[in-house]
Design a protein around this ligand. Structure first.
Ligand SMILES: CC(C)(COP(=O)(O)OP(=O)(O)OC[C@H]1O[C@@H](n2cnc3c(N)ncnc32)[C@H](O)[C@@H]1OP(=O)(O)O)[C@@H](O)C(=O)NCCC(=O)NCCS
Length: 280
């Protein structure tokens, strides 16, 4: 429950105790504290990932005194917002903080997120419904297949942004500029794949392609010589090929959920893997 506003933050009445915690916007200076909350929940995101998310979107944190105890980040694209990093320190769990954080960033527009089994009941209560699933695959990819793509150049940006907009449903030029600046982007005639190195693992995504066979080849190209890779896959056919190459599933599947719309926008048959669970 929001009980008041003060400079730079909001005050929330803590439901279990009479203590009052503060909700305020996160900055990159809060990244070490964000990582501490994430580590408490065994989430292994690097400081680079948090920085990228806080630069691209807006983070909110719940503070008990000086201590950060809950986080969320909202990344607004034109027409849809992606909600991510919903984390509450385990000592503060089940006291309403997660619900307050997510309610705070919701508006009358369309929101989407990937829900873990822990978060799903909370999101359903706030009006989200499930429209799909992704499974995470991780391992060392064998060096076979692929060979259909080349490194993207700045001149490829319009093609990449347009194809991604067709698949994802809204334009994300700033995201692709960021991926080109701090990751690796490869293009083929029919698709594009991006990858970023996080904590020694190459995270592959998005994978956008007009054909599933080319999506598999793009994953092979991004994984070539990468060592340990991770990719979240929507598509059973692509996922079957990844599994057949000995890359195994990690953790439980997550639900793609949406609020204030019957479905996520775009042609998701072209969108084989998201950027990350955080960015959609
Ligand atoms: C998911 C997560 C963010 C929830 O945070 P939270 O602060 O515990 O969330 P809330 O307290 O608002 O709601 C959680 C439960 O506590 C209950 N609750 C809320 N206030 C309560 C209170 N005062 N007393 C008892 N229970 C309470 C809620 O009804 C809810 O119950 P339900 O899950 O049975 O529906 C937290 O568990 C977490 O960080 N998990 C690990 C990371 C994760 O999976 N995040 C989700 C990413 S999609």
């Amino acid at each position: 429950m929001l009980v008041g506003r003060k400079m730079g933050g909001y005050l929330i009445a803590h439901r279990l105790y009479s203590r009052v915690v503060e909700l305020r916007q996160l900055t990159v200076a809060d990244v070490p504290a964000c990582m501490k909350v994430a580590a408490d929940r065994n989430w292994a995101h690097s400081d680079r990932t948090w920085r990228f998310l806080l630069e691209l979107g807006t983070g909110w944190g719940v503070f008990d005194g000086d201590e950060l105890v809950g986080t969320t980040v909202v990344t607004s694209y034109s027409g849809i917002s992606a909600i991510s990093m919903v984390l509450v320190d385990s000592r503060y769990g089940r006291q309403g903080i997660g619900g307050e954080l997510v309610s705070h960033v919701l508006d009358s527009g369309v929101s989407c997120l990937y829900a873990t089994p822990y978060g799903k009941p909370l999101y359903e209560r706030l009006g989200f419904h499930s429209v799909g699933k992704v499974t995470t695959y991780s391992g060392v990819y064998p060096r076979d297949g692929g060979g259909i793509s080349r490194p993207a150049e700045p001149a490829d940006l319009p093609f990449v942004v347009a194809l991604d907009a067709e698949a994802f449903g809204v334009e994300r030029a700033a995201l692709w500029e960021g991926l080109m600046a701090c990751g690796s982007v490869r293009v083929a005639d029919s698709g594009v794949v991006a990858s970023t190195l996080t904590n020694g693992t190459t995270m592959i995504g998005p994978v956008v392609s007009r054909f599933a066979a080319d999506a598999i080849a793009l994953v092979c190209d991004a994984a070539a010589r990468a060592g340990q890779v991770k990719v979240h896959l929507h598509d059973d056919w692509v996922a079957r090929h990844v599994r057949a190459r000995g890359v195994s599933t990690v953790g439980s599947s997550c639900d793609l959920m949406v609020r204030n719309a019957s479905d996520v926008p775009g042609d998701r048959s072209l969108y084989h893997a998201p950027v990350s669970m955080a960015l959609g």
